[in-house]
Design a protein around this ligand. Structure first.
Ligand code: NCD
Ligand code: ZN
Ligand code: ZN
Length: 353
């Protein structure tokens, strides 16, 4: 059923999520667990989650922070470093808890300082991943300071992604949080084993949101917001029905203090309204009927996992986003703080909708 004021979907998953740890984890995990069936949990803690043992312990901490009646499933990932061994991939797969490995070029983003310095030296690791059909998730930006920050994703595609696809054919790769026309084209023209996640914020905003009329740190994330022409290509990609584009919020909470400073952290918190923000994009594009594929079918199909059995309802029920949320010993400023959001989502009870 698809009407203008109410739609029902298979329960979605979030294929790129930062949950942090400790009191910060406790403060944010409920937002995702409220609506998503599963989430691919990013491993960029301090210290990073580099072993299966650490991933299992982190999963326990996430589960312990969930509301007691929650059925939310955290799908764990490993953070690749220069020292990751192929045997670790086998352990990860055998655990049944680790669903992917994350490649951060060293220094590319928040907590990426222990990331990979020479990706070609990880060839045996990539081959081990291919053998067990474990996807490689990539923060696709070069770190060369000579490359303009707005060009770092397209440079990565030419310098790293294309050669990688040739060197390890058959390896499942997800280019995370794509932001440019070049990335969309690379996925479209790439093999079936290449997919991409797209965030709500890159679909809703261009770089003016961050820089015009004053510098707005709560719109600063990596990869940075791009020009309008790129945003339009991203919208076209998610509403096209192409199964290689799927939902990954990259909801990345940082304390207000860490965002509002001379050298503020990269990351936008969207988990409080994730599905609602995507619904806004699809509605504006006249493509609400394509939201279910993007949010609930393409991701599990790519990962080789079953689609969720539950369902969610999205209704036009405007609500106002709070100005702040509690976040450990500080506060968190959510995207659209103090603004109204048109859609509201909830898990369907069997007799409603
Ligand atoms: N997206 C961001 O701007 N930040 C993320 C890291 C990442 O996904 O690159 C974070 O962990 O804060
Ligand atoms: Zn990233
Ligand atoms: Zn991220």
């Amino acid at each position: 059923m698809t009407t203008r004021n109410e739609i029902e979907l298979i329960q979605p998953d979030d294929w790129h999520l930062h949950l942090r740890d400790g009191p910060e984890l406790a403060a944010v995990v409920g937002f995702s667990a409220r609506i998503f069936g599963r989430a691919i949990v990013m491993p960029n803690l301090r210290p990073p989650v580099t072993t299966t043992e650490q991933a299992l312990a982190y999963r326990d901490r996430i589960r312990a922070a969930l509301p007691s009646d929650s059925r939310f499933q955290p799908l764990m990932t490993l953070y690749l470093t220069d020292r990751t061994a192929p045997e670790e991939i086998e352990r990860a797969k055998a655990s049944g808890a680790v669903f992917a490995c994350k490649l951060y070029p060293a220094g590319a983003t928040t907590h990426a300082d222990q990331g990979v310095t020479d990706i070609w030296r990880l060839q045996p690791v990539f081959e081990a991943m291919r053998a067990v059909e474990m996807p490689l998730l990539i923060h696709g930006e070069v770190v060369d300071p000579q490359v303009d920050i707005f060009d770092r994703e397209s440079a990565f595609i030419e310098q790293v992604l294309r050669p990688l696809i040739k060197r390890v054919p058959g390896l499942k790769i997800v280019l995370e949080h794509v932001t440019t026309a070049e990335a969309v084209n690379a996925v479209r023209s790439g093999p079936e084993t290449l997919a991409a996640t797209i965030t709500a914020h890159h679909l809703l905003y261009n770089r003016n949101a961050m820089l015009a009329g004053g510098i707005r740190p709560h719109f600063y994330c990596l990869p940075v917001l791009k020009r309008e022409r790129h945003r339009l290509v991203l919208i076209e990609a998610v509403t096209s029905g192409d199964p290689r584009f799927f939902l990954g919020t990259d909801s990345a909470p940082h304390s207000r203090r860490a965002k509002e400073m001379a050298c503020g952290c990269a990351g936008i918190f969207t988990a409080h309204a994730a599905l609602e923000l995507y619904a806004e994009v699809f509605e504006q594009a006249g493509a609400l009927d394509r939201l279910e594929g993007f949010a609930s079918r393409h991701g599990p199909d790519f990962y080789g996992l079953p689609r969720n059995l539950g369902r969610v309802c999205l209704r036009k029920e405007p609500w106002t986003v709070p100005s702040i949320y509690e976040f450990g010993d500080d506060r968190l400023i959510p995207l659209r703080a103090n603004e109204t959001i048109a859609w509201h989502s909830a898990l369907c009870s069997p007799n409603r909708c």
